[in-house]
Write a new protein. Sequence first.
Length: 151
Amino acid sequence: MIFRDIPKSALILGLVGLLPFVWGVVTIYNADVAQWTVGIIGPRFIGPHVGLAYGTVILSFMSGVLWGFATNAMGGQAATGYALSVLPALWAFFMVGGGPVSAGMNLIAGFAALLVLDYAFSIWGLAPRWWMALRVLLTGIVILCLLPVVL
């Protein structure tokens, strides 16, 4: 896994996509920033709320990415790819709820499992060569940002 092989636009957009997760952590640990955020755009965008909501969206988005990769497969591998691709969205739908701690733990588990699916699609040759370098980086940061919700 070499980060320099990741296309610059994919890396930049991937990192920008982490901002809601990072913002959630900032507002957990900085009451002034949290209060400012509530006053400007509302309480949905602070603390665990923003990380949990956005994490649910991103797991669903990643299902679509994996579905797109599955279109490069044939026969049984395609069927397997399509079936596996819907799992992150279903996981988010059924498992994120019941309070912030359990939702956070389930999102962490969902992102860890997604990394396994990313690896499978990568070794099947369905994802770009640089895919795992990007996914390990982004998933690591996402999980670190979700940890304060569950601790």
